[in-house]
Design a protein around this ligand. Sequence first.
Ligand code: TRP
Length: 336
Amino acid sequence: MNQKKILTGITTTGRPHLGNYAGAIRPAIEASFEPGLQSFYFLADYHSLVKNKDPKEVQKSCMAVAATWLALGLDTNKTYFYRQSDIPEIPELMWILSTFTAKGLMNRAHAYKSVVQLNEESGGSDPDKGISMALFSYPILMAADILMFKATDVPVGQDQKQHMEMVRDVAQRFNHHYGDIFVVPKAIIAKESAILPGLDGRKMSKSYNNSIPLFLGSNELRKLIMKIKTNSLEPGEPKSTEACTIYDIYQAISQPEEALLFKEQLEQGMAWGDAKEELFVYIEDLFSGPKEEYLKLVDDQTYLESVLSAGAEKARDLSSPYLKKIKTVVGIGSLV
Ligand code: TRP
């Protein structure tokens, strides 16, 4: 049995929001404290280049994401926390893996296919318009991220399920040819119920523009919360917590007893305005400590860089000898 190793990548686009917190960051930090388990969390900045070509933005988002994880309590002594681009073994491994990746398999990848489909729908003559090789081979980079550290468990969103199948496929093909070199990882997919709704009730997502970023100023936060869509029930009328965005968000970030109390208040007719106010106060309180820490960290590039470079060094202690072994297995690189 392999030791349980949990690994996930955080694409560094924009700023983390409450949905990321409840669905990914909080469970990941909790897992990092579990005894007997190794965890690897990294900033997928090479992945971010697929979409973002603004160097300032790329840099800023990377720092914001790193500061967020640290401010929320990630203990870098208990985990491997690094920036993907600091680990040169990852893109090296990607090349080796790409020699085992069927092009036909990549043709079927969702991220790529959905752009092709948009191109076709818009009636243009080139179905591959605007598609880079990086977008096309995105799952191979993901495979390198994962296989490099022998991850056994990879928590990802539903949208990455197919990419994970591809990672397993590539690992198995390689192993079939060279013997048991890679650990074939399994995807840990968040339950539908763990997906937080955003302001408009759809899944909270940067791309829907419906998210509540973490660590907002009070006024901004209040304004956003007041925008959450509700139905037209009047104060005093009983309100159900079924498909109720305010409740879903409250529930995802609070303790079960607190959520129950909130539910009862709604059922007893609490006004939507009051419910929003309660949610606002809850978020303000919950994040007041981390917010202070975040604001301190996010502008301290020197400190963040020192954390990331220590993380990279620790990670490379694993990736460097392992890549050497893989290279030997395929017959390249120095044999002594
Ligand atoms: N593609 C993932 C996402 O968008 C991020 C990611 C990159 C990742 N490499 C990974 C997730 C490796 C898990 C493992 O969510």
